[in-house]
Design a protein around this ligand. Structure first.
Ligand code: NAD
Length: 482
């Protein structure tokens, strides 16, 4: 059992931090969820040393042990998804259904990768020389530092933790300081299941500049997988490179959703709502640029504005709101500033962007739509990360593709069309890592690769079989026969 309910989990024991993080409910800033241990550099080193000591034994356990451990964790997450989903929504602010779905999805990542324990294989290749056999095998990388963002407190971390562990690595996980509870809840499950209690898995809640910085500066890590902003990701890469630590980055984006003249209007509006505004638009996969053919522009915008105005904004738990709060005051003000920047550059605000009062003090903002925007405006270049989408009017398919691809980022993209030619061409020519046809740009499967292009990603894709490329190293061995 846990001695202090909100401690860090280091070397199989619960430890207090040197300071604490106050976890505040963004839908009710008077609701203090709890105090959470915040690790300092010394505790980060302790966690890395524990992981390094545990890793060889963990790697030697074989697939059956690793399968069983991950399966138990995954099944527990799934069976507790309603309760843990509510806790996740309380600290992160996403609608309750999305909170529950995220916990269930975290369980699916564990059970999917549990089964991968039995599927790790190598190759045997004929040598170019006589009487020699060559084979390749995949071995663990070693100890992996994992740094995750607040907008998917469990999913973004678990899609790293599960493959790292199943391929025989040890983990030191530094979650976002905005959402320490979901991280603690996962560590609690791991500890209760007695699954990884020898230092294979370590949770170090703490701040980015202290705990995160100590992790990326460590010369004793073998790899770092980071999800978060472009700015911090670039810093992680530069810092870890000094120690030649392998780095994988998943960062922001500015995802385009193209609406062609032949689009089914209901499909287009639903895709724009689900892609642009679910999770209050605080998603790396958010459809923040709506590239709309002139022939359907007015109809699409009118219908979208009608739907946005009808969405309920408020507490995801008490009000069962469709749009929850913005994560914190700074981010709320940042989004408002972008709306002003857009309007000053000539955009029209068709709806939203107003603060909303509810019974509790929370960071509530109504969903906003900017129209008459150009792709070179700052609102179409920077990731706003809020319930805001910008409409760009185009005259034909070629212009739509050119604008969709004209971005520094490249995580997801989408097209809504009834035309097989448009759909096929767009899938082929889109400069993003994931392409959707008649679907929102947000919302992916857990058993297939996920990753972007350009400034969105660095290193191998995550999820599905692609995770092997980051969490294992290839060894080639030669044997002389006879
Ligand atoms: P962020 O970059 O501010 O923080 C991410 C993590 O980095 C946090 O755990 C933070 O504590 C840590 N950190 C901060 N400074 C650090 C430092 N100096 N050294 C080491 N770690 C440090 O991002 P955020 O605000 O938590 O998350 C939002 C961002 O994440 C958005 O840009 C979003 O697009 C991106 N994101 C990307 C994906 C993806 O898969 N591509 C998924 C979710 C979120």
């Amino acid at each position: 059992m846990v001695a202090n309910p909100y401690s860090n989990y280091i070397n199989g024991t619960w430890q207090s931090g040197t300071t604490v993080i106050d976890n505040i409910n963004p839908a009710n800033t008077e609701d203090l969820i709890g105090h959470y241990a915040a690790a300092d550099a010394h505790q980060i080193t302790e966690a890395i040393q524990a992981a390094n000591a545990a890793q060889p034994t963990w790697a030697a356990t074989g697939p059956e042990t690793r399968y069983a451990a991950l399966m138990r964790i995954g099944e527990t997450l799934k069976s507790r998804s309603a309760e843990l989903g509510q806790e996740l929504s309380r600290e992160e602010g996403k609608p309750l259904a999305e909170g529950k779905a995220e916990v269930f999805r975290a369980g699916q990542f564990f059970t999917y990768y549990a089964a991968e324990a039995h599927r790790l294989s190598g190759d045997r290749i004929d040598s170019v020389r006589p009487n020699i056999e060559v084979d390749t095998r995949r071995e663990p990388v070693g100890t992996v530092g994992i740094i995750s963002p607040w907008n998917f407190p469990l999913a973004t971390a678990v899609w790293k933790i599960a493959p790292a562990l199943v391929y025989g690595n040890a983990v030191v996980w530094k979650p976002s300081e905005e959402v320490p509870h979901s991280a603690w809840a996962l560590a609690d499950i791991i500890s209760n299941e007695n699954a990884l209690s020898n230092g294979e898995f370590n949770l170090v809640n703490g701040t980015g500049p202290t705990a995160g910085q100590a992790l990326v500066e460590s010369p004793w890590l073998d790899a770092i997988s980071f999800t978060g902003s472009l700015e911090v990701g670039s810093h992680v890469l530069a810092t870890a490179a000094k120690n030649r630590v392998a780095v994988q980055l998943e960062m922001g984006s500015k995802n385009p959703l193209v609406i062609m003249e032949d689009a089914d209007i209901e499909t287009a509006v639903s895709a724009a709502i689900a892609g642009g505004y679910s999770g209050s638009g605080q998603k790396c996969t958010a459809s923040s640029r709506l590239i709309v053919h002139d022939a359907i522009h007015e109809q699409f915008v009118d219908e979208l504005v009608k739907r946005l105005r009808s969405m309920t904004v408020g507490d995801p738990i008490a009000d069962e709101a469709q749009i929850g709060p913005i994560i914190n005051q700074n981010q709320l003000e940042r989004i408002e500033a972008y709306l002003t920047i857009g309007e000053q550059a000539g955009a029209t605000r068709r709806c939203g962007g107003q603060r909303v009062s509810r019974e509790t003090p929370g960071h509530f903002l109504s969903p906003a739509l900017l129209t008459e925007t150009r792709n070179d405006m700052q609102v179409n270049r920077d990731e706003i990360f809020g319930p805001v989408a910008c409409v760009i009017r185009v005259n034909d398919f070629e212009e739509a593709v050119a604008i969709a691809n004209d971005t520094d980022y490249g995580l997801t993209s989408g097209i809504v069309t009834e035309s097989l030619r448009y759909a096929t061409e767009f899938r082929r020519r889109s400069a993003s890592g994931c392409v959707m046809v008649n679907l929102p740009t947000a919302g992916t499967d857990y058993h297939v690769p996920f990753g972007g292009r350009g400034a969105s990603s660095f290193g191998p894709s995550e999820q599905g079989q692609s995770a092997r490329d980051f969490y294992t190293k290839i060894k080639t061995s030669y044997v002389r026969i006879g």
